[in-house]
Design a protein around this ligand. Structure first.
Ligand SMILES: CC(=O)N[C@H]1[C@@H](OP(=O)(O)OP(=O)(O)OC[C@H]2O[C@@H](n3ccc(=O)[nH]c3=O)[C@H](O)[C@@H]2O)O[C@H](CO)[C@@H](O)[C@@H]1O
Ligand SMILES: C=C(OP(=O)(O)O)C(=O)O
Length: 418
């Protein structure tokens, strides 16, 4: 029998919840650790399936890597590789595995990796990653489901990204740090996780300027050295618990957040009438009994994050009036709508937008976590629905939320994993 999460509705939450380190920072940082031959240590690593998969990818390449889950420490003793080809079985499990291509290529001049597939939120091509490697001088061949890249020595170049892709910016940045000369990435992604990766690389001895803006300049260096790094807090996990406070009309303290990173989420919650107060090391979120509907459009950072779209939609389903949610980052990220409708939500999809009419009460139902954030969205809906909500396919949640059941319980939710 597959595991499920069972949530009893009509919950009020209270207390403090502590946010873990960002999955989307840790994954590229693990990949980056293979760029040097020295010891790298990542502290406060979140206990997540995706993190374990990334460690297995490095392990499969012959890297001497050790993850101590209890202490939350990853130690890469030496980033040297024994093979330049991560196995399909691992790469297909997680798209972020593709981030090893940049580091392998720039350090060894050659790499072969299976094409990451699409997933439940869209087809997710990798053309921009490859465009970047190609401009750095790599020969790219695609065939039989694999990408093969080869070069003598990567050479810096100007790379304009047609869209500020997070993954492409990271992959190209990691390839460029050991290239000859200067690389300039224009229309680069500006996400905080890009800055965190750049900080890690710079601490290893890379020369990167402008991370966090739309133009990143990378001066190639000969080699990198080991370092110790503590990743930034997970702004998406923080956003999820902030919405939990809003949807349950509760008063919660969210600890370990960088307020600057969650501005777009704060702005939208405040527009609804939710109070968000700065407290030391975090925020206090005080829900309102009379929330107002709002319109949301997902955009690259500093716009509203697509990774909080589903969770926010759950909230808007409970807000009287009409809200419109427009998804511009991914082509198909409304899988949660069908599940929310099973819980009595009134949502109509019109192209890239979802039109939401708030209902008085959601009703508990059997639903399915179609992807990671859809899973979080359904837990939030379940917290306030009448009766019991049972969520299946919860393996998606284990990819990206540290002990979501335990954390929710600790703030008063009636939730179990069965
Ligand atoms: C592990 C990780 O950090 N995942 C995050 C990362 O994913 P990821 O790095 O995959 O997201 P991207 O920013 O690359 O993708 C954004 C859009 O660009 C498109 N695209 C991307 C690359 C490319 O070569 N060609 C192309 O067309 C994608 O299909 C998508 O529509 O950023 C997303 C957008 O904030 C987040 O939702 C993910 O949680
Ligand atoms: C879409 C996400 O992750 P990934 O890019 O790894 O699929 C996410 O974290 O919501």
């Amino acid at each position: 029998m597959m595991e499920r999460i069972v949530v009893k509705g009509n919950n009020k939450l209270r207390g403090t919840v502590k946010i873990s380190s960002a999955k989307n920072s840790v994954l590229p940082i693990i990949a980056a650790s293979i760029l040097c031959h020295e010891r790298c240590v990542i502290d406060d690593v979140p206990n997540l399936d995706d993190v374990k998969v990334m460690c297995s990818v490095l392990d499969s390449l012959g890297v001497n890597i050790n993850m101590d889950i209890n202490k939350g420490i990853i130690e890469v003793k030496d980033g040297s590789l024994k093979t330049l080809e991560p196995p399909y079985e691992l790469v297909k499990k997680m798209r972020a595995s593709f981030l090893v291509l940049g580091p392998i290529l720039s350090k060894y001049g050659k790499a072969r990796i299976s094409m990451p597939g699409g997933c439940n939120i869209g087809s997710r091509p990798i053309d921009l990653h490859l465009k970047g490697f190609s401009l750095l001088g790599a020969d790219i061949n695609i065939g039989h489901g694999y990408v093969e890249a080869e070069c003598k020595k990567l050479k810096g170049n100007k790379i304009y990204l047609d869209f500020p892709s997070v993954g492409a910016t990271e992959n190209i940045m990691m390839a460029a740090v050991l290239a000859e000369g200067e690389t300039v990435i224009e229309n680069a992604a500006e996400e905080p996780e890009i800055v965190d990766l750049a900080n890690f690389l710079n601490r290893m001895g890379a020369n990167i300027l402008g991370a966090g803006t739309d133009t990143i300049r990378i001066q190639g260096v000969k080699e990198l050295k080991g370092t110790i790094h503590q990743p930034i807090p997970d702004r998406i996990e923080a956003g999820t618990y902030m919405v939990a406070a809003a949807i349950t009309r509760s008063d919660l303290i969210i600890e370990n957040v960088i307020v600057e990173h969650i501005r777009p989420i704060i702005a939208k919650l405040e527009e609804c009438g939710v109070k968000v107060l700065d407290v030391p090391g975090g925020v206090r979120v005080i829900g309102t009994d009379n929330p107002k509907p709002v319109d949301i459009k997902t955009l690259p950072y500093p716009g509203f994050p697509t990774d909080v779209q589903a969770q926010f939609m759950a909230y808007l389903c409970t807000v009287e009036g009409t809200s419109i949610v427009t998804e511009t980052v991914f082509e198909n990220r409304f899988m949660h709508v069908t599940e929310l409708k099973r819980m009595g939500a009134n949502i109509k999809i019109d192209g890239r937008s979802a039109v939401i009419e708030g209902v008085k009460k959601l009703t508990g139902a059997d639903v399915r976590a179609t992807d990671l954030r859809a899973g979080a969205c359904l837990i939030l809906a379940g917290l306030v629905a009448d009766g019991v909500t049972t969520i299946g396919d919860i393996q998606h949640l284990d990819r990206g939320y540290v002990d979501i059941v335990g954390k929710m319980k600790s703030i008063g939710a009636e939730i179990e994993r069965v």
